[in-house]
Design a protein around this ligand. Structure first.
Ligand SMILES: Nc1ncnc2c1ncn2[C@@H]1O[C@H](COP(=O)(O)OP(=O)(O)OP(=O)(O)O)[C@@H](O)[C@H]1O
Ligand SMILES: [Mg+2]
Length: 137
Protein backbone atom coordinates (compact mmCIF):
# COMPACT_ATOMS: atom_id res chain seq x y z
CA UNK A 1 0.00 0.00 0.00
CA UNK A 2 1.25 3.50 -0.83
CA UNK A 3 0.98 6.52 1.42
CA UNK A 4 -0.12 9.93 0.14
CA UNK A 5 0.72 12.88 2.40
CA UNK A 6 0.37 16.63 2.23
CA UNK A 7 3.09 18.36 4.22
CA UNK A 8 2.23 21.86 5.37
CA UNK A 9 5.28 24.08 4.81
CA UNK A 10 6.27 26.84 7.24
CA UNK A 11 6.14 29.40 4.45
CA UNK A 12 3.45 32.05 4.57
CA UNK A 13 0.21 31.31 2.76
CA UNK A 14 -0.09 33.68 -0.17
CA UNK A 15 -2.63 34.32 -2.90
CA UNK A 16 -1.81 33.16 -6.40
CA UNK A 17 -3.34 34.02 -9.75
CA UNK A 18 -4.66 30.80 -11.23
CA UNK A 19 -7.73 28.96 -12.42
CA UNK A 20 -8.85 26.56 -9.69
CA UNK A 21 -9.92 23.69 -11.95
CA UNK A 22 -6.85 23.95 -14.17
CA UNK A 23 -4.57 23.99 -11.12
CA UNK A 24 -6.36 20.88 -9.88
CA UNK A 25 -5.78 19.24 -13.25
CA UNK A 26 -2.00 19.81 -13.01
CA UNK A 27 -1.94 18.48 -9.45
CA UNK A 28 -3.96 15.39 -10.40
CA UNK A 29 -1.61 14.71 -13.32
CA UNK A 30 1.53 14.94 -11.20
CA UNK A 31 0.11 13.03 -8.22
CA UNK A 32 -1.41 10.47 -10.61
CA UNK A 33 1.99 9.88 -12.22
CA UNK A 34 3.72 9.69 -8.85
CA UNK A 35 1.30 6.97 -7.73
CA UNK A 36 1.38 5.15 -11.07
CA UNK A 37 5.17 4.93 -11.18
CA UNK A 38 5.70 4.04 -7.52
CA UNK A 39 5.71 0.47 -6.27
CA UNK A 40 6.44 0.98 -2.61
CA UNK A 41 6.71 3.88 -0.22
CA UNK A 42 4.57 6.80 -1.16
CA UNK A 43 4.00 10.32 -2.37
CA UNK A 44 4.49 13.59 -0.49
CA UNK A 45 3.00 16.87 -1.69
CA UNK A 46 4.17 20.18 -0.28
CA UNK A 47 4.04 23.86 -1.27
CA UNK A 48 6.79 26.43 -0.76
CA UNK A 49 7.38 30.08 -1.62
CA UNK A 50 9.82 30.48 -4.50
CA UNK A 51 10.45 34.14 -5.28
CA UNK A 52 7.48 35.44 -7.27
CA UNK A 53 5.96 31.93 -7.39
CA UNK A 54 4.35 29.37 -5.18
CA UNK A 55 5.93 26.03 -5.99
CA UNK A 56 4.09 22.77 -5.36
CA UNK A 57 6.42 19.78 -5.06
CA UNK A 58 5.28 16.22 -5.69
CA UNK A 59 7.87 13.71 -4.46
CA UNK A 60 7.64 9.95 -4.89
CA UNK A 61 9.73 6.92 -3.97
CA UNK A 62 9.13 5.20 -7.29
CA UNK A 63 11.00 3.87 -10.31
CA UNK A 64 12.75 7.14 -11.17
CA UNK A 65 13.65 8.43 -14.64
CA UNK A 66 17.10 8.17 -16.25
CA UNK A 67 18.85 11.40 -17.31
CA UNK A 68 18.47 10.35 -20.95
CA UNK A 69 14.72 9.97 -20.55
CA UNK A 70 14.37 13.14 -18.45
CA UNK A 71 15.54 15.10 -21.50
CA UNK A 72 12.56 13.73 -23.44
CA UNK A 73 9.81 14.59 -20.98
CA UNK A 74 7.03 17.11 -21.66
CA UNK A 75 6.68 16.05 -25.30
CA UNK A 76 3.41 14.94 -26.81
CA UNK A 77 2.83 11.18 -26.40
CA UNK A 78 6.26 10.75 -24.82
CA UNK A 79 6.66 7.97 -22.33
CA UNK A 80 9.86 7.26 -20.50
CA UNK A 81 9.81 3.51 -20.02
CA UNK A 82 12.71 1.10 -20.62
CA UNK A 83 12.76 2.08 -24.26
CA UNK A 84 11.79 5.60 -25.23
CA UNK A 85 10.51 4.26 -28.53
CA UNK A 86 8.09 1.71 -27.08
CA UNK A 87 4.77 2.75 -25.72
CA UNK A 88 3.10 1.27 -22.65
CA UNK A 89 -0.45 2.12 -23.60
CA UNK A 90 -1.78 0.28 -20.57
CA UNK A 91 -0.23 2.98 -18.37
CA UNK A 92 -1.51 6.04 -20.18
CA UNK A 93 -1.24 8.09 -23.33
CA UNK A 94 1.91 10.06 -22.60
CA UNK A 95 0.07 13.36 -22.66
CA UNK A 96 -0.19 14.22 -18.97
CA UNK A 97 3.05 16.16 -18.59
CA UNK A 98 2.72 17.84 -21.97
CA UNK A 99 -0.77 19.09 -21.13
CA UNK A 100 0.18 20.06 -17.57
CA UNK A 101 3.04 22.16 -18.87
CA UNK A 102 0.80 23.92 -21.39
CA UNK A 103 -1.79 24.68 -18.71
CA UNK A 104 0.80 25.98 -16.23
CA UNK A 105 2.46 28.16 -18.85
CA UNK A 106 -0.95 29.51 -19.86
CA UNK A 107 -1.30 30.78 -16.30
CA UNK A 108 2.20 32.29 -16.23
CA UNK A 109 3.69 29.31 -14.42
CA UNK A 110 5.80 26.27 -15.15
CA UNK A 111 6.13 22.53 -14.61
CA UNK A 112 9.52 20.90 -14.20
CA UNK A 113 11.32 17.85 -12.99
CA UNK A 114 13.33 18.84 -9.91
CA UNK A 115 15.33 15.64 -9.61
CA UNK A 116 15.08 11.93 -10.19
CA UNK A 117 17.16 8.87 -9.49
CA UNK A 118 16.47 5.51 -11.10
CA UNK A 119 15.16 3.07 -8.51
CA UNK A 120 14.86 5.78 -5.84
CA UNK A 121 12.23 8.27 -6.87
CA UNK A 122 11.34 11.52 -8.53
CA UNK A 123 10.33 15.06 -7.62
CA UNK A 124 8.21 17.03 -10.07
CA UNK A 125 7.01 20.57 -9.38
CA UNK A 126 4.67 23.18 -10.72
CA UNK A 127 4.87 26.90 -9.98
CA UNK A 128 2.23 29.59 -10.24
CA UNK A 129 2.70 33.35 -9.90
CA UNK A 130 1.92 35.09 -6.62
CA UNK A 131 -0.67 37.86 -6.93
CA UNK A 132 1.16 41.09 -6.11
CA UNK A 133 -0.58 43.51 -3.80
CA UNK A 134 -3.30 41.06 -2.83
CA UNK A 135 -3.31 39.90 0.76
CA UNK A 136 -4.61 36.57 1.95
CA UNK A 137 -8.02 36.79 3.62
N1 LIG B 1 6.69 10.31 -11.14
C1 LIG B 1 7.21 9.61 -12.16
N2 LIG B 1 8.09 8.59 -11.94
C2 LIG B 1 8.61 7.90 -12.96
N3 LIG B 1 8.34 8.12 -14.26
C3 LIG B 1 7.47 9.10 -14.54
C4 LIG B 1 6.86 9.90 -13.51
N4 LIG B 1 6.07 10.82 -14.10
C5 LIG B 1 6.16 10.59 -15.42
N5 LIG B 1 7.01 9.57 -15.70
C6 LIG B 1 7.40 9.06 -17.03
O1 LIG B 1 7.12 10.09 -17.98
C7 LIG B 1 6.26 9.60 -18.99
C8 LIG B 1 5.34 10.71 -19.44
O2 LIG B 1 4.39 11.05 -18.41
P1 LIG B 1 2.97 11.56 -18.82
O3 LIG B 1 2.21 11.89 -17.58
O4 LIG B 1 3.13 12.62 -19.82
O5 LIG B 1 2.33 10.30 -19.55
P2 LIG B 1 1.64 8.98 -18.98
O6 LIG B 1 1.52 9.03 -17.48
O7 LIG B 1 2.38 7.82 -19.57
O8 LIG B 1 0.19 9.02 -19.64
P3 LIG B 1 -1.04 10.00 -19.30
O9 LIG B 1 -0.57 11.00 -18.28
O10 LIG B 1 -1.38 10.62 -20.61
O11 LIG B 1 -2.09 9.09 -18.77
C9 LIG B 1 5.53 8.42 -18.34
O12 LIG B 1 5.11 7.49 -19.32
C10 LIG B 1 6.60 7.84 -17.44
O13 LIG B 1 7.47 6.98 -18.17
MG1 LIG C 1 0.60 10.82 -16.64
Amino acid sequence: MLSLKFEQSKDAIVTIIADKDKTKQILINLVGNAIKYTGKGGVIVTAINDGPFVKVLVADSGVGISLENQALLFRKFQQAGDSIYTRTVSKGTGLGLYISKLIAEGMGGKVKIEKSEVGKGTIFSFSLPIAKGVSYV
